[in-house]
Design a binder for this molecule. Structure first.
Ligand code: ATP
Ligand code: MG
Length: 275
């Protein structure tokens, strides 16, 4: 029987980068799978991206409800939105295009107490986190964010204990660093207490990648994890097959790297990472 644990130390980890296609969703779905299947943890993966990629990955339909229902006040309790995956201990709250409507003026309910509709929306994921802690329901909340500072992603940042920023080092140049600094600044303004760590994804052995990595490690104001995730076709294959890469190809470079990264992360948050 699954051992009952207290989750006062529950971690809420958001995967954030305003840049698209850097490996946020791949990181979120694989982190969730590794924690559930290899660490016996109770994991709730929250899809906060209207693209719904994490939901599709785990074959989670938009019925009976999606994260947008919590923001719109159509659903009051997160547990009504939770769906199980085929992996023991891994549940998902899905998202779909309806989440995008939140960022349009006037789409948030205006009949709520305590602040403007936007203020309330920004608290939704913090309230969800607190309810999960009260229920002792999960050990980890993992939030896959869209490539935008949307209402849902700001709400995710506000609720987080940890933020992981996946970065593709090959595509890295001075502009990229300036943008990353602006993002970290924005994150800190929303949540001053959050731990931020940068994870190098789609790493491969090329001059431009190694130079980008060296530059980032020397200049990044937040820790950069030692472990980097190598680029391999197995990740694309696993996404197509909708299986975590550790299940699809356990010995592939990305599977080994994601396992090593989770070990590093659990070993000391981002503290063990290189500053
Ligand atoms: N380690 C890897 N090796 C090879 N391909 C990868 C790796 N990580 C991610 N990819 C591929 O890169 C693409 C983008 O990944 P992903 O969807 O995770 O990015 P994202 O940051 O979530 O994008 P978006 O901002 O649009 O949500 C996908 O096709 C994915 O399969
Ligand atoms: Mg994504």
């Amino acid at each position: 029987m699954r051992q009952k644990r207290r989750c006062e130390n529950m971690k809420t980890i958001s995967i954030v980068n305003l840049k698209g296609g850097v490996g946020k969703t791949v990181t979120a779905v694989n982190l969730a799978a590794i924690l559930a299947t290899e660490y016996n943890a109770r994991v709730l993966l929250i899809d906060a991206d209207h693209q719904g990629n994490a939901s599709r990955f785990y074959r989670i339909p938009a019925e009976p409800g999606t994260l947008a229902d919590l923001f719109e006040g159509m659903c009051l309790c997160y547990s009504d939105l939770v769906q199980h995956t085929i992996y023991r201990g891994l549940d998902v709250i899905p998202a779909d295009m309806s989440l995008a409507a939140l960022d349009l003026d006037g789409s948030l309910p205006d009949d709520v107490q305590g602040g403007t509709p936007r203020d309330r929306a920004l608290r939704v994921l913090t309230d969800l986190r607190d309810a999960v802690i009260e229920d002792d329901a999960y050990d980890y909340l993992i939030i896959d964010c869209p490539p935008a500072f949307s209402v849902a992603s700001i709400s995710a940042v506000a609720a987080s204990s940890d933020i992981v920023i996946p970065v593709k080092p090959g595509a890295f140049e001075i502009d990229g660093m300036a943008e990353l600094l602006r993002q970290i600044d924005g994150i800190r303004r929303v949540n001053g207490a959050v731990q931020v760590g940068v994870l190098l994804t789609m790493w491969h052995n090329a001059d431009v990648v190694r130079q980008g990595e060296d530059w980032l490690r020397a200049n990044c104001p937040v820790p950069v994890f030692q472990t980097r995730i190598r680029r391999t076709d197995k990740v694309d294959e696993s996404t197509f097959a909708r299986e975590p890469v550790c299940q699809w190809s356990p010995t592939s470079a990305a599977a080994r790297d994601y396992r090593a990264w989770v070990r590093e992360y659990l070993g000391g948050g981002t503290d063990g990472a290189q500053g």
